[in-house]
Structure formats: C-alpha cells, structure tokens
Design a protein around this ligand. Structure first.
Ligand code: ADP
Ligand code: MG
Length: 207
C-alpha cells in the first residue's frame, strides 16, 4: 500500500491529464486522496494479516473517493483481502488466486468486460500473467503496462469516457494506467520483500 500510494502521488499529474482528455480530470486527485487516506488508516491501526490490511484499505478507498475508481479499486482490494483471509502467511499462489477474485468482482460491479477501455484492460492481463511464482509479479507488471497501452485505439464502452463515443479513440485510459501503476508497486514490493507490518517506507509517508 505504501508503494502504491507513492506511485499514485508521483504520477498524479499524468493520471489527471489522461482523465482530462476523455473524462473529468479528477483521476489523479481521486487516487492521491484515496491512498493518502489508506496510509492514514494503516498508521492508526495496522492489522497483522495482509488480507485484513487490503480489506481495510479497500473500505477506505470506497469511503474517501467520490469518482467511479473509488468503489472499483476499493472492491478490488476488499475482495482480494477477503479472499486472502486473516492468515499471517501469504504465498504467491494464494495472492494470485485472491487477485483473480478481486478483478472478477470489479468486472461485476462495473458491468464491464475486457475491451471496454477501462482498468480491466490492464487488470485482466496482469492477473493472467501470474502463474503462482514470486517472479511472475514482474511479468504481471509488464502485462498491465501493455494492457494500458492497448487501450489507446479502443472506443470506451463504460464510464465517463463512453459518453464521448468515437472521440474516446486515440487516448490511453486513465484507470488502465493507474492499474499498471498498482501492479508496478506490487512487483517492486515482491522484489524487495519489504512491506512487513508497520513498514510504511519513506516514500509512502511523503505522499
Ligand atoms: P470518474 O470517471 O467517476 O471521474 P475516475 O476518473 O477516478 O472516476 O476513474 C475513471 C476510470 O475508472 C476510467 O478511466 C476507467 O478505467 C474506470 N472505470 C470507469 N467506469 C468503469 C466501469 N464501469 N468498469 C470498470 N472501470 C471503470
Ligand atoms: Mg474522472
């Protein structure tokens, strides 16, 4: 969550620029506000289990972000957290299975599918690249980035961008872009093995 908050803070302007082209220019601010609230909640009370941390973070995103991305990412984290449960140990296989459940819940909540030019176009390729090995988080990050880039020629069928019809073509989807940032944060964290209870890191606090 610290790495995700830092990535969102770093790329806030890019996310808002993308959302100004095909939305209402609030995606960067929405996520920065949301993840700042997540870190504040975890500073107050950091549960020991990863699943409980994700569930709390998701709840906080839902309650602090007014835009569509709040309930959608909130559902992703909450559902993933619930699927992980409150066990102390999380391995790559359990995390992969839990993330798949989380992404399916996002698709159900948004009544969206792949190819609709949404965050799902990064989230689905990412979870499909996870094979249950710790090393595959890097492949998931690359798949999410490719998936985000592949939204450029798509016509939006869900969310605000869909109101633009044909005019949504030629722009990268802001939510697919932020989903790639979140998987990049996950890959970094998996690589360094950081993220123990209470370890919020410097960059997270600066956010
Ligand atoms: P809002 O659209 O309410 O201003 P944001 O700007 O924070 O919210 O987020 C917009 C992003 O949310 C879009 O780029 C898209 O990826 C995602 N999104 C919007 N609607 C849906 C949906 N129905 N299903 C999945 N993702 C969606
Ligand atoms: Mg917006």
């Amino acid at each position: 969550m610290s790495a995700a908050a830092a990535a969102v803070a770093r790329e806030e302007r890019l996310l808002t620029e993308l959302d100004s082209a095909i939305g209402d220019a609030d995606h960067g601010g929405n996520l920065r506000r949301g993840f700042t609230a997540v870190l504040a909640a975890l500073d107050e009370e950091a549960p020991a289990a990863a699943g409980t941390i994700l569930a709390l973070a998701g709840q906080r995103l839902i309650s602090t972000v007014g835009g569509a991305s709040g309930p959608l990412y909130g559902t992703l984290l909450r559902r993933t957290g619930k699927a992980l449960g409150d066990g102390a140990a999380v391995d790559a296989v359990r995390l992969r299975d839990a993330l798949r459940e989380g992404v399916d819940a996002v698709a159900r909540l948004g009544s969206a599918a792949r190819g609709d030019k949404t965050m799902l176009d990064a989230l689905y390729p990412a979870v499909e690249a996870l094979d249950g090995s710790a090393g595959s988080f890097r492949a998931a990050r690359a798949a999410a980035e490719e998936g985000a880039a592949a939204t450029v020629p798509m016509r939006a069928r869900r969310g605000r961008a869909s109101y633009l019809g044909e005019r949504s073509v030629g722009h990268q989807d802001p939510g697919a872009t932020s989903a790639a940032l979140l998987f990049a944060a996950l890959a970094e964290t998996a690589d360094t093995g950081s993220g123990g209870a209470g370890d919020h890191g410097d960059s997270g606090r600066a956010a």
